[in-house]
Design a binder for this molecule. Structure first.
Ligand SMILES: NCc1[nH]cc(CCC(=O)O)c1CC(=O)O
Length: 317
């Protein structure tokens, strides 16, 4: 029997310090408390500062792609886990690279939140309601490309920071609209800040959007035992398909890629999309398969789209 955590030897939950990251860490702690009947002081939430947070603060108007690369927000957290400063790490799966560092396992996923993007605007109800030539703020390459594809008239400007910062920019007239993951707003109890979610048919979300993954050391039997009952299998099966699609495309935050898997009964549906960064071209495809075939479906769909795209599809510089 593994030793359960207590006040003397709490399970240390590592997270970034943003309001959303903290909300996700506390959701994880609450689920662990409920699943095991453990008190609050059996857990300790430890904030780890990451290069991503630092550099993002210095260069708040720079696109993330110019600041760093894959794992910008996750590397230091993983180092803290290897060093034993934390025992588990709570991550937005949307930000996780597809390769897994040695010695660490990522096999626990919380039930997925809403996967959709949210349309945020003080004046307008939807993308299509925006006036000709309106300015839209977003730093996501995917959202930029998707918008440029359906509304080439829109002017796109860099927009980052937390929800409050973005709402302030909208109020200051910097842009007429912006976009956020609806899941993030819901976790912060701020969904009223958005006009509403956007249907995936109109804007296919990022791979793994709305999903939280919990990473641990491979040899940590206590963390493994604690995490097992809070794992959500359906979320894992959906992510397997979406992340195989992403991995085969060698996607990162630097490539406009979207993907969404859903499960209906014992069947899995996957839709994937790749876009030219300027939105001039978008390719999408769908697959149906068995639930346990997600990884192969993701890979095949990616190969199919890549062969349609041809060389240079993602080039733009
Ligand atoms: N790229 C940053 C990021 N990573 C996860 C979320 C939101 C929460 C989620 O998708 O789970 C966000 C912000 C956003 O896109 O609005």
């Amino acid at each position: 029997m593994t030793q359960m955590p207590d006040a003397k030897s709490p399970l240390k939950i590592g997270t970034r310090g943003s309001p959303l990251a903290l909300a996700q860490a506390y959701e994880t702690r609450d689920r662990l408390m409920a699943a095991h009947g453990l008190p609050e002081d059996a857990f300790e939430v430890v904030v780890i500062k990451t290069t991503g947070d630092d550099r993002a603060m210095i260069a708040a108007d720079k696109p993330l792609k110019e600041i760093g690369n894959k794992g910008l927000f996750t590397k230091e957290i993983e180092e803290a886990m290897v060093d034993g400063r934390i025992d588990i790490a709570v991550h937005s799966m949307k930000d996780m690279p597809t390769e897994q560092p040695e010695g660490l396992v990522l096999d626990c996923y919380l039930p997925r939140e809403d996967v959709r993007d949210a349309f945020v605007s003080l004046e307008y109800d939807s993308i299509m309601a925006l006036p000709e030539g309106a300015t839209v703020g977003t730093s996501s390459l995917r959202r930029r490309a998707q918008l440029a594809h359906v509304r080439p008239d829109l002017k796109l400007v860099e927009f980052r920071g937390n929800v409050q910062t973005r709402l302030k920019k909208l109020a200051d007239g910097v842009a007429a609209a912006s976009f956020l993951a609806y899941a993030g707003l819901r976790r912060l109890g701020m969904e009223d800040s958005a006009r509403g979610p956007i249907a995936p048919e109109e804007m296919l979300p990022a791979v793994a959007q709305g999903a939280i993954g919990i990473e641990r050391r491979m040899a940590d039997a206590r963390a493994e035992a604690l995490l097992a009952p809070i794992h959500d299998l359906v979320t894992e099966q959906r992510l397997l398909a979406e992340r195989a699609f992403l991995a085969t495309l060698d996607g990162s935050c630097e490539t406009p890629i979207a993907g969404l898997a859903l499960i209906e009964g014992d069947r899995l549906w996957l839709r994937g999309q790749i876009l030219r960064p300027d939105g001039s071209e978008a390719l999408a495809g769908e697959r149906w398969g068995n639930i346990d075939e997600g990884a192969a479906m993701g890979e095949h769909l990616a190969r199919d789209l890549l062969s349609q795209a041809g060389e240079g599809f993602f080039d733009w510089r």
